[in-house]
Every structure is written in C-alpha cells, then in structure tokens.
Design a protein around this ligand. Structure first.
Ligand SMILES: Cc1ncc(COP(=O)(O)OP(=O)(O)O)c(N)n1
Ligand SMILES: Cc1ncsc1CCOP(=O)(O)O
Ligand SMILES: [Mg+2]
Length: 221
C-alpha cells in the first residue's frame, strides 16, 4: 500500500492456516483467491507458527498481493520489522489489549505504518482515541460467538457494536462470527469494515466467499 493511498478496511481477511488446511487449501491460495474476490486487507494471524515460519509467510503473502491491499501482521512487531528490513512491502500491525503498548509499538514501526488496536469497551475506545500511538483503526468484537478465538470477548450483538462504533472517531472494524448476512447491517451500523476468519478460510471456495461478502458490502444501502 503506498503512503498516500487511503486504507480501505471494508473486507478484512484474518488468516488461520489450520482452518485453511482443514478445508483443503494452502493459506497462500486462500489469500490469493480472497484478494481476487475483493478482500481489501489481509491480516496474517498465526498463533502456532515459529517466528521464522511467520516471517516466511508474511514475506510470501506480501509479495503475492497487489499494492492496494494492505498486509497487516498480528501481534508480532519483531516479525513486521524483520519483513520491512528485508524490503518486503508489509503495511502494519494489529495489536490487542495484552500485546505491546500501542505508543511503544508506534515508535518501533514508524509513523507511516498502519496500527490497528482491538478495543471492545467504551473505556478501551476512549483510550484508543487518545493514545499517543496514533491508532489508525479499532477492531471491535466479538460481534457474535466464535469458535475461532477461544479467548474472544463476549458477543456484543449488532446494536452494541453500532453504539461502540458511533462513540469513536476511529474507523471501526467488526470481528467475530461474521457471515454474509451480517455485512449489510454492519455497513448500515457505521462499520468501516468487517473482519472475517472462518467465513473465508473455512469456505469450500475462498474466492467465491470473498466475492459474496464484497458484493454484500458494495450493495448495502
Ligand atoms: C481486526 C481485528 N480485530 C480484533 C482482533 C483481535 O486481536 P487481539 O485482541 O489481539 O486477539 P488476537 O487476534 O491476537 O488473538 C484482530 N486480530 N483483528
Ligand atoms: C481474532 C478474533 N478476535 C475477536 S473474534 C476473532 C475471531 C474471529 O473469527 P471468525 O470470523 O471465524 O469468527
Ligand atoms: Mg493480539
């Protein structure tokens, strides 16, 4: 993603190699097909990979996706920095409430990198807005119950999500248990985007799944 292009968060894929493998697809195939189907952000989230494996995946994905699709690294500032050091076009990181403090991470990743933060309570959203780390967007969830993340916050539902999204000036991406039927209501509720893991990684056709989700977003009024 070039420095002056704005960040399109609308269809945000978060990867899960185990789910993709169980569905019979290599993760790079899932990413390629999902991007062809309309995914605008790819976050690489690999909880069980070694640093070396994660770096290798980040490099392969970042080289494979077009410039306008942002590539974000989950949790691992070291992996992000290593990829940048190798000259790989990786765009940013996504942190949670238990990860590195955003302001410290911002000092490490530099002013141009994208910095996303999970924030799912009114207090966390106020902190995010005022954080000296200059957060670019928040991930709010879980929208619905999910089996993908065992320690996900409790389900909010659409109304609570809408209230939280309206309470912050930061772009808000919904996450957790999101499927096709959620996309239009989320856009109408003020979401800057919808983040999905299993809806694409576990799909029989990740490309078709992404196309359907992207079409729901485009056609939501
Ligand atoms: C877009 C987006 N929103 C929220 C999360 C969750 O991040 P976190 O709370 O750090 O949990 P893990 O993903 O690290 O298990 C996310 N990854 N992406
Ligand atoms: C990473 C994350 N953070 C909150 S819920 C979640 C998992 C979402 O996965 P799915 O889209 O499969 O429900
Ligand atoms: Mg995290």
């Amino acid at each position: 993603m070039s420095l002056d292009s704005s960040l399109d968060l609308s269809l945000y894929l978060v990867t899960d190699t185990a789910l993709a493998t169980a569905a019979g697809h290599p993760i790079l195939t899932v990413v390629r097909e999902a991007v062809a189907g309309g995914v605008t952000v790819v976050q690489l989230r690999e909880k069980n990979a070694t640093a070396r494996e994660f770096l290798d995946l980040v490099c392969r994905v970042a080289e494979a996706v077009p410039d306008e699709v942002a590539v974000i690294v989950n949790d691992r500032v070291d992996v992000f920095l290593a990829a940048r050091r190798l000259g790989v076009p990786v765009d940013g990181i996504h942190l949670g409430q238990s990860d590195l403090p955003p302001a410290l991470a911002r000092e490490l990743i530099g002013p141009d990198a994208v910095l996303g933060l999970s924030a799912s309570t009114p207090e966390q959203l106020i902190e995010a807005e005022n954080d000296p780390g200059a957060i670019d967007y928040v991930g709010i969830g879980a929208l619905h119950a999910t089996t993908t993340k065992t320690d996900a916050p409790r389900p909010l539902g659409l109304e609570a999500f809408a209230a939280l999204a309206a309470s912050t000036r930061l772009p808000a991406v919904a996450i957790g248990g999101i499927g096709r039927a959620d996309i239009a209501p989320l856009r109408r509720a003020g979401a800057a985007g919808a983040a999905v893991v299993s809806a694409i990684c576990s799909a029989a056709s990740p490309g078709d799944a992404a196309r359907e989700l992207a079409s729901e977003w485009r056609n939501a009024r």
